[in-house]
Design a binder for this molecule. Structure first.
Ligand SMILES: [Zn+2]
Length: 313
């Protein structure tokens, strides 16, 4: 099986979000779709590989976040024989994306939403297949296998392709921007809203390494071969993110005080990580600013959720 890495030019940035084209014999599958604005890149990769749109058997989304699944409707419309494969909690949103769109529009505003994501279109329910944990589907001369992985999102799975010695990890095996790999592995977890769960995220990392695959393909971005080194960095940074949450909880921080505490502490964690990797002053570190914001927001959100549950108990 061949794996082609496609740069989706998410937010008009190079090598930030990938989609993958899997080819085995006369069958193709896409893993991730990025947004509808990425469609020309995806179809271009298919044509470059010498395949037709009719040969696409599956479109797979690791989870419903829009930089992974926002373009699924557009890609499914272009590939008439494809079935969309999704986590059971993601599948309903692929059929009716209105809640996801409303949520993201609230965060970004109408104009920025349109710039980032273009149009998010629904997919007819009979073309969507939800896959339980450890499900397998036939593909080419082998199978694709699906493992549910919470921690980053409750509607997240990873895709194991034994014939390619590969696991497609979505956001469950952290983020590795190519620009920041110049001094060795530089990986960090995404703890963005609204489902961050540190214990589940640790488990997901172990489950991915436990597949025994030699190559990981995170959506952000591209083929990785040093899975153990990545896992070690993710475990350590997840502990640090989780310590921020515990400290904020113990100090009973609320509202803006909580938000700025998380922001400052996450920024400090990233500063140390960058320094430790010898990347201080590297221009690529500007990419991290958005992730720092999102990770801080995810911790605030997780604490608010924990308090709500505690109150109701
Ligand atoms: Zn995500």
């Amino acid at each position: 099986m061949d794996v082609h890495t496609i740069d989706c030019h998410y937010a008009d940035l190079p090598k930030v979000a990938a989609a993958y084209l899997l080819v085995d014999g006369d069958e193709a599958a896409f893993v991730e779709t990025c947004t509808s604005r990425s469609l020309p890149h995806l179809l271009g990769a298919l044509a470059d590989a010498g395949l037709t749109r009719e040969q696409v058997r599956y479109v797979v989304i690791t989870h419903i976040h829009l930089d992974h699944a926002g373009g699924a409707g557009a890609l499914m419309a272009a590939c008439p024989n494809a079935t969309l494969l999704a986590h059971p909690k993601a599948a309903p949103h692929a059929v009716d994306p209105s809640r996801i769109v409303a949520g993201a529009t609230t965060v970004y505003g109408d104009q920025r939403f349109a710039e980032l994501y273009g149009e998010v279109t629904p997919i007819a329910a009979p073309r969507v297949r939800a896959l339980e944990d450890e499900a397998e589907v036939p593909f080419g001369r082998g199978v694709l296998r699906f493992l549910h992985t919470r921690g980053h999102a409750n509607h997240h799975f990873v895709v194991v392709a034994p014939n390619a010695d590969a696991v497609f990890t979505g956001d469950a095996f952290g983020i590795q921007y190519p620009r920041l790999q110049s001094h060795g592995v530089f990986a960090f977890p995404s703890t963005s809203p609204t489902d961050f769960d540190a214990a589940a995220a640790h488990e997901a990392v172990d489950r991915i390494v436990g597949t025994g695959m030699g190559r990981a393909f995170p959506t952000h971005f591209g083929e990785q071969r040093e899975l153990d080194a990545i896992a070690a960095q993710l475990h350590s940074l997840l502990d640090e993110h989780s310590a921020i949450l515990e400290e904020a909880d113990a100090a009973d921080l609320q509202g803006p005080a909580l938000d700025s505490f998380c922001q400052e502490r996450v920024a400090a964690v990233f500063r140390d990580h960058v320094e430790h990797a010898g990347l201080t002053g590297h221009p690529g570190t500007a990419l991290l600013e958005l992730d720092i914001d999102l990770n801080a927001q995810g911790i605030s959100f997780a604490l608010a959720k924990r308090r709500y549950k505690r109150q109701r108990a």
